[in-house]
Design a protein around this ligand. Structure first.
Ligand code: ZN
Length: 347
């Protein structure tokens, strides 16, 4: 004989009584709050039925406990399902009364989109990654030496003026281009080097239709033995074909302190195909980047042997490129965070 104080029959009666009380209460709850009260009463941790039923399992004869436990679990699953189902029915009514008034307009849902400048940058990075470039990053505050001196700017170059550069203190400035990262990369890694350098830069420019005091730039740097202008031209022509679908490019002589020789690269205008239009200001060409062979003085500043190694570099502005690509007339629109504008750039 056993010392059980509760028979299996009594236990099953308790389980049935619980179900008989909980089910109508759940069905009768007419709001989310009322349903919460039902849940607390029947399934609450402190005083709920479930707690009582599971505690009383211990009063059963050992041989009966498995069967009783099964009966208990079956009922618990049915009650919890009923609660969840009722919750689903009641929940929308709490959200602004949409259920109460089916004529209310639906809420507009906003889907985030990638900013048009980031889209351009992502595409540029993808193309150069295929060519074996890796990404290099650097600080946005720099010393004048990294921003100018190491890049072969003469000591009296006007770019260093307070008119053009934002100084944090006498010896700290906000970088005016991503080129200091070229120097940092050359100092940190031995050639061969093939890096792409995206980042924010700052100029003391007015904020008008074609200038912004802070913008995104991306540069490329290749340094190895035997690198020449043919490598620069071939790589950048490949990029122009991939990115702009441009069959024609041209290089115009230019000047930058950190490259020699220097050239600006134009692609034939994709809007008028070279015949002249408003986008290309009737020239038939769109300027996309500045480039050149790395000046030996820059290699030497960074501790690279300029007799053994040569290289080339380029820089371009994804913001300007996004303007040209979408025919946007004013650069300030890119900084407005206006969702009516940005929402048009889903891809
Ligand atoms: Zn054109």
């Amino acid at each position: 004989m056993s010392g059980a104080t509760l028979t299996i029959g009594d236990y099953q009666a308790l389980v049935s009584a619980f179900e008989a009380e909980a089910m109508p209460a759940i069905a009768g709850a007419d709001s989310v709050d009322a349903l919460e009260a039902v849940r607390a009463k029947h399934l609450g941790r402190a005083h709920g039925w479930l707690r009582t039923l599971s505690a009383r399992l211990g009063e059963l004869d050992r041989g009966d406990r498995a069967a009783a436990g099964r009966a208990f679990n079956e009922v618990r699953v049915r009650v919890e399902d009923a609660l969840a189902e009722r919750q689903q029915t009641l929940a929308p009514a709490r959200e602004g009364g949409a259920l109460a008034d089916p004529t209310m307009p639906a809420r507009h849902s906003w889907a985030g989109v990638v900013h048009p400048v980031s889209q351009v940058l992502d595409e540029m990075i993808a193309i150069f990654r295929e060519l074996g470039f890796t990404i290099a990053l650097g600080p946005e505050t720099e010393s004048p030496w990294y921003n100018f001196g190491a890049l072969n700017f003469p000591a009296d170059h006007p770019a260093m003026d307070l008119h053009d550069t934002l100084y944090v203190s006498d010896d700290v400035l906000l970088r005016t281009h991503t080129s200091p990262v070229q120097v940092r990369t050359l100092q940190a890694y031995p050639p061969p080097i093939r890096v792409l350098i995206p980042g924010n830069v700052h100029r003391r420019d007015p904020f008008d239709a074609s200038h912004a005091p802070a913008f995104t730039q991306v540069e490329g740097l290749v340094v190895d033995e035997g690198i020449g202008f043919a490598d620069l031209k071939a790589t950048l022509n490949h990029f122009a074909r991939r990115f702009f679908g441009a069959a024609k490019t041209r290089f115009r002589p230019s000047y930058f302190p950190f490259t020699e020789p220097s050239a600006e690269m134009d692609v034939v205008c994709g809007v008028c195909n070279g015949s002249g239009c408003g986008v290309c200001k009737q020239t038939g060409w769109i300027e996309i980047l500045g480039s050149g062979l790395v000046h030996p003085a820059v290699l030497e500043s960074a501790g690279v042997d300029s007799e053994r190694y040569t290289g080339w570099a380029f820089g371009m502005g994804p913001g300007r490129t996004a303007l040209a690509r979408h025919g946007i007339p004013d650069i300030r629109i890119l900084y407005d965070s206006d969702v009516r504008f940005l929402g048009q750039f889903s891809r």
